[in-house]
Design a protein around this ligand. Structure first.
Ligand code: HGY
Ligand code: MN
Ligand code: MN
Length: 409
């Protein structure tokens, strides 16, 4: 049985790193806050009796040897970076539960055939650079040196931020795991939705993960005097953007699962008495079904082009990231269900609307996820909360699942 008090205490310790005035946690990748979090977790990993290292892209790794040290590794874990003013559980629950699982095995003298490693991925959220899952892309060998150019709001590139964090961007390929070297990846994560809570369930089995498509829309019209320019003589990119945003909402709402969100917008030059000259905003579009995601994307693009043509506004759209939806391994889903049955926990199978690091690993190894209930379904918000009992249940299911997979031939 995992030690739920120790897990909760560590979650609370980690939640003190990156607190911000706006409330919640802001712990962005390759920042001093993330470094402090990694140092704290490295200490927990050492207490757990693990071999601790940081790989070439900045992932923190704790390893428990198996009877057969050459056998493919079972990976568990999650991410430690956050969104701005985020919550305490999105990422940290999976990382600290992973440490707790391996510490419990070591304390109880439990040996497994396969080695097990717990990972604290860097930059899953993509908040700082508009390009996410850097850590898991590195592990999967998908991260290319030319992808390290995106800059944050202060003009610092990913490569520069890595250097500032003590990493060498020229060596990122060193983090890649060779095909066949990883047996499975299992992540415990908060649901970030209301389904488990609505069914009165503590934990869930994830069937698949929706693929996030991120686009940057740039609309250019003509800046002008707010008082001296008649309404019929304007080329206002902001009112055009408003029409496009309502089109996004309408097209995404047409489908049962699709979701479309405009989360960031900038207006230039940005004066009370100036008709804007340029507007930039982001689109986050998702569905678990790639064909439907493509269909919604195409209808939005058609309508956006028509709106901008009618308003004589220039539209350009930049791809920030396109991550295909993934299906979780049947074998891992079965291991999670068996673990729930062994613990006497009723469960259900559900898709994840949120994206996760497992999406990057799906070509490297079979992947699976365990969900823990989110109170009121709130996440990416300081009010994000998962109870001590639900955290413990999730960690216990992770324990049993990792044990089962690490002893499978
Ligand atoms: O955006 C997401 O779905 C995840 O929280 N990175
Ligand atoms: Mn997450
Ligand atoms: Mn998140």
């Amino acid at each position: 049985m995992i030690n739920s008090e120790r897990l909760w205490d560590r979650l609370m310790q980690l939640s003190t790193i990156g607190t911000c005035e706006a409330g919640g946690i802001t712990r962005l990748s390759f920042t001093p806050e993330e470094r402090a979090a990694k140092d704290l977790i490295a200490g927990f990993m050492k207490e757990a009796g693990l071999t601790v290292r940081e790989d070439e892209v900045g992932n923190l790794i704790g390893r428990k040897e198996g009877k057969n040290s050459e056998a493919p590794i079972v990976l568990i874990g999650s991410h430690i970076d956050s969104v701005p003013s985020g919550g305490n559980f999105d990422g940290p629950l999976g990382v600290l539960a992973g440490v707790e699982v391996l510490q419990t095995m070591n304390e109880q003298g439990v040996e497994t055939e396969h080695p097990i490693e717990v990972l604290a991925f860097t930059d899953e959220e993509g908040t700082r650079f508009g390009f996410g899952m850097i850590g898991s892309r590195g592990i999967a060998g998908l991260l290319q040196p030319d992808e390290l150019t995106p800059q944050d709001k202060d003009g610092i590139s990913i490569a520069e931020a890595m250097k500032q964090s003590g990493l060498d961007p020229e060596k990122i390929k060193g983090a890649a795991r060779t095909p066949g070297s990883v047996k499975a990846y299992v992540e415990l994560h908060i649901e970030q939705g209301k389904v488990l809570e609505s069914r009165g369930l503590s934990v869930g089995v994830v069937s698949g993960v929706a693929g996030p498509l991120w686009l940057k829309f740039v609309l250019e019209g003509e800046a002008g005097h707010a008082g001296a320019t008649p309404m019929n003589m304007r080329r206002d990119p902001l009112t055009a953007a408003a029409e496009v945003m309502l089109c996004i909402e309408r097209e995404a709402a047409r489908k049962p699962v699709s979701v479309g969100t405009v989360g960031k917008m900038q207006v230039f030059p940005g004066g009370v008495n100036i008709i804007p000259g340029r507007v930039e905003f982001t689109l986050d579009l998702r569905d678990v079904d790639k064909a439907i995601l493509d269909e919604v994307e195409q209808s939005i693009m058609r309508e956006a082009e028509a709106i901008c043509a009618r308003r004589n506004v220039r539209l350009t759209v930049e791809l920030l990231q396109r991550i295909p939806p993934v299906i979780c391994s049947d074998n891992i889903q079965a291991a999670i269900r068996e673990a729930c049955a062994a613990e006497g926990l009723e469960t259900m199978t559900l898709p994840s609307g949120a994206g996760h690091d497992c999406m990057q690993l799906v070509d490297l190894c079979p992947v699976g996820m365990i969900f823990a209930r989110s109170r009121d379904g709130i996440s990416h918000n300081p009010a994000e909360f998962t109870s001590k009992e639900d955290c413990a249940n999730g960690a216990q299911i992770l324990y049993r699942t990792a044990l089962s997979l690490a002893n499978q031939r």
